[in-house]
Every structure is written in structure tokens, then in C-alpha cells.
Ligand binder design. Structure first.
Ligand code: BTN
Length: 260
């Protein structure tokens, strides 16, 4: 694995996102690289795409592992600095999911859907996952990690049957450079929509969610677990669920399992 910076520069067309790429062949996690870059590089870091050829401790949501072998996936974390403190972290992750969908469509003609909150699916299988982390200091730094399966990989049994890749779905996989350039442009677009018109953003995200209308199991603040139906999403990205008892609640990602 390596990264052709010259080729990437010829493909890159967004304004500030991804103008700078920090590529390393091997890292623990690009989330760590982005946090370290933000601390070390000051004003040079926002907008940078931190890319790893392979991650030895790639992480997913809720403490899960993200298997990150060389040559089979794109592993990138973007350092974003929101203009206002208003958009919530789940919505930045949603911007990542919308961006992946657009970039994938542009390069492969494949259509994707989003499983709430931000898994990108093709044919019901996971193609990409998004992890958003924030650091609150003098300003808010958002680290938006995107893992995108380019080619089939040796995966652990628990995810083998629920994952897919661009090569499996489209018959070919774009190069890392092409994918990153398309992703940087689409993420810049969706971050801009999120910051300038959050209500419109949520509407567009809602339209791509396959979860609404589906059965869910969820935990309530008092610790009780109920089942019901996913009905909507809120302006901050929570899921609105209606329990089988007919009671409506808003739940965050860690508290919901989509059944089936
Ligand atoms: C998930 O679906 O659980 C989120 C997966 C996020 C994986 C990406 S790969 C690039 C970045 N670095 C990490 O360690 N995780 C994210």
C-alpha cells in the first residue's frame, strides 16, 4: 500500500477538506493521528484527511473493533472545525454517511442506504461505518472517521456475513486516491448543508434512512428495555421510537438495537 499524492492532487477538487493529506502506511488508528495532528499542527490541521494504509487498532462505534488490513479499505479521519457549536456530533456522523453515499454513487453507480444512525449499506450489507469524536477546548474539534470497504477482506465471523465491499457490489473498486477525492468533495458539501441549513440537512438524512418503520429494541433512562417501532429522527439526531405500549420516546444510538 502507498498513497500517490501527485495523482490525488490532480483529482482533488474540494475547497478546504482534504486539501492536505497525512498518509501513513501503518497506524494504530487514524483517529489517534488526527487528534495528535490537531494538537501538534495548530491551524494547519483543520480540513486535513489523516489516512492510514492499515490500522492495528482501528475502532468502531461502541468500543467495537474495525478490522483494517492493507489494500482492502479506505481508513480516513477528517479534522473538522464547526463554525458554530450548534450541530451535534451525531449529525456530523450523518454527514459522513451521506457523503459516502454520494461519493460511492459518483464513482461506481451503486446506490446505498443508511441504517440509523450512520451505517452505509448496499443490498442490506454494511459497506462503510462512521465514527465521530469531538474535543472541546477553546473551540470544538470534530474528528470524523470513515471506514469504507473497497475489497473483500478476511473478517471475523460476527461481521463476515453482514459486510460487503465496492468490489463485491460493483465488480471493481476505485483507487484510494479517487475515493478520497470524491469523499472530500461530498463531505465538504454535506458539512456545509449541515452548518447552513440544519433542518434541511435532517430532512435529507431522514429520506435516506432505511430504519424508519422498522422494529427496534431500546433502553429507557430508567434502565427498562422495551420493543417498538422506529418512527422518526429528531433535530439532534436521536431516534424517535414508539413502544408497543404506544408511548413515544427519543433514544440515542447506544441505547437502540434494530431487530432483524
Ligand atoms: C462503525 O461502524 O462502528 C464505525 C467504524 C469507523 C471506522 C473508521 S476507519 C477510520 C477511522 N479510524 C478508526 O479507528 N475508526 C474510523
Amino acid at each position: 500500500m502507498s498513497f500517490d499524492h501527485e495523482r490525488y492532487r490532480s483529482l482533488h477538487r474540494s475547497g478546504y477538506l482534504g486539501r492536505r493529506v497525512q498518509y501513513v502506511e501503518e497506524t494504530t488508528s487514524t483517529m489517534d493521528d488526527a487528534r495528535a495532528g490537531a494538537a501538534l499542527e495548530g491551524d494547519a490541521s483543520p480540513g486535513t484527511a489523516y489516512v492510514g494504509g492499515r490500522q492495528t487498532a482501528g475502532r468502531g462505534r461502541q468500543g467495537r473493533q474495525w478490522v483494517s488490513e492493507p489494500g482492502v479499505g479506505l481508513y480516513v479521519t477528517y479534522h473538522l472545525v464547526p463554525r458554530s457549536a450548534a450541530p451535534t456530533l451525531p449529525l456530523f456522523a450523518a454527514a459522513g454517511a451521506l457523503a459516502v453515499g454520494d461519493a460511492v454513487r459518483e464513482l461506481t453507480d451503486i446506490e446505498t442506504a443508511i441504517k440509523w444512525p450512520n451505517d452505509v449499506l448496499h443490498g442490506g450489507r454494511k459497506l462503510s461505518g462512521i465514527l465521530a469524536e469531538a474535543r472541546h477546548g477553546m473551540r470544538v474539534d470534530v474528528f470524523l472517521g470513515i471506514g469504507l470497504n473497497l475489497r473483500p477482506a478476511a473478517l471475523p465471523p460476527e461481521v463476515r456475513d453482514i459486510a460487503t465491499s465496492l468490489e463485491a457490489a460493483a465488480g471493481f473498486a476505485p483507487s484510494t486516491e479517487e475515493m478520497l477525492a470524491a469523499l472530500s468533495a461530498s463531505l465538504e458539501h454535506w458539512s456545509e448543508v449541515l452548518e447552513s441549513s440544519p433542518a434541511e440537512f435532517v430532512q435529507r438524512w431522514r429520506a435516506r434512512l432505511v430504519t424508519l418503520g422498522r422494529r427496534v429494541r431500546f433502553a429507557l433512562p430508567d434502565g427498562s428495555v422495551e420493543e417498538g417501532t422506529a418512527r422518526d429522527v429528531t433535530a439532534t439526531g436521536d431516534l424517535v421510537v414508539e413502544s408497543d405500549r404506544g408511548v413515544e420516546s427519543q433514544v440515542a444510538a447506544g441505547d437502540v438495537t434494530i431487530i432483524g
